[in-house]
Ligand binder design. Structure first.
Ligand SMILES: *Cc1c(COP(=O)(O)O)cnc(C)c1O
Length: 367
């Protein structure tokens, strides 16, 4: 089975430039979508076929469609940034392509070849390049590849048909008024993932399970949830959609990947950026007890969460059902802010990309 090429059938009625500029001036997150999308089908016995770039729009599904009943679905999230010379570059898409395959394998789905994943990004970005916000701020074009089981029949088994789609949405700066620390809720009643489960796959079901604890966090005035390991309920794992890191002076510790933590690309990149800046950056175990004690003693100086959407988010305060504690003076710490600037600088093309992380559109990969 060969890799199909993407047939270009773009919208004949793209949004007028003036309307697009108005959206790009204040895009928010996930509210507006570009003119086009990419769709690729997979059928058992035939492989990947019908790769197309088509106008963005609704799709029609049979009521028995497998994903609606059994949740066989995976997704990715990555960003394209306008570079100082006006060109467009995507941050580490090869890493997302690899993780998408890993997620597919765990969910017993067809694995999209990495070159087709990258090909879909290139095709959509070439067509909808005008939707990448201007260089200058932290705005970017958020790319959302996803795939789900489309077999129209009930019965629990890996589906014999899948649909891959790629859509794109301009996204504004996560902290438009300047970086602000968030308060995080330590979930003691619910867990996100269990050893041997699907915690290391980027699948919608993990998010469905996180909505109740997220609502509980909001009810306690917290913006995010942090989960503990499911077995001992003592070790910190990650937030619902972001990894977490602890700063002890010039040493940074993030929970080691145990199979129930999603392997974040921002997490991995920050470990490298931290080492490049001369910090000690390591994976290890941080217990809830240590977290609380080290915050009280002052040994723990900063805590931050990281992921593609918000890049780096300082965590000022942590709360449980019984207590709360603050890191340092509760304001964004210098290490957190330095890492944030360094990573965003690489992504925006103003700091040298020495690890070959940026995939430049319309050029052979230089990684
Ligand atoms: C996507 C995701 C992250 C962050 O991954 P990035 O590759 O850095 O965007 C962290 N945790 C969970 C549960 C996620 O789904």
């Amino acid at each position: 089975m060969t890799t199909p090429t993407i047939e270009l059938k773009p919208s004949a009625t793209p949004l007028a430039a003036a309307e697009r500029q108005a959206i790009l001036a204040s895009p928010g997150f996930g509210r507006h979508f570009t003119d086009n999308m990419v769709t690729i089908k997979w059928t058992e016995g035939r492989g990947w076929h019908d790769a197309q770039l088509v106008p963005y729009g609704p799709i029609s599904l049979d009521p028995s469609t497998h994903v609606l009943h059994y949740g066989q679905e995976i997704f990715e999230g990555l960003k394209a940034y306008r570079q100082p010379d006006g060109s467009v570059a995507v941050f580490r898409p090869e890493a997302n392509a690899r993780r998408f395959r890993n997620s597919a394998r765990r969910m017993a789905m067809a694995e999209l070849p990495e070159e087709l994943f990258i090909g879909a990004l290139d095709a959509l970005l070439a067509q909808d390049a005008g939707w990448v916000p201007p260089h200058g701020g932290e705005e970017a074009l958020y790319l959302r590849p996803f795939m789900f089981a489309t077999e129209a029949a009930l019965g629990v088994h890996p589906a014999n048909e899948y649909l891959f789609m790629l859509i794109a949405s301009p996204s504004g700066a996560y902290f438009p008024g300047g970086v602000e620390p968030v308060t995080i809720w330590v979930s003691e009643d619910h867990v996100r993932a269990v050893p041997g489960g699907t915690g290391d796959a980027k699948t919608g079901g993990n998010y469905a399970a996180s909505l109740l604890p997220q609502a509980e966090a909001a009810a306690h005035g917290c913006a995010q949830v942090v989960y503990l390991d499911a077995v001992t309920r003592t070790k910190v794992e990650e937030s619902g959609s972001m990894n977490i890191a602890f700063v002890y002076g010039d040493r940074i510790v993030t929970p080691e990947l145990t199979g129930s933590i999603l392997e974040g690309i921002t997490r991995d990149s920050l470990l490298q950026v931290a080492r490049d800046l001369g910090y000690t950056a390591e994976e290890g175990v941080v217990t809830l007890e240590r977290w609380r004690e080290d915050a009280a003693s002052g040994a723990l100086t900063e805590v931050f969460a990281c992921g593609t959407a918000a890049v780096v988010t300082p965590i000022g305060t942590a709360k449980t059902r019984t207590d709360a504690w603050t890191h340092g003076d509760g304001t964004p710490g210098p290490v957190t802010m330095r890492l944030r600037e360094a990573l965003l600088g690489i992504q925006r093309g103003v700091i040298e990309d020495k690890h070959g992380w940026m995939h430049h559109l319309g050029q052979a990969d230089n990684a």
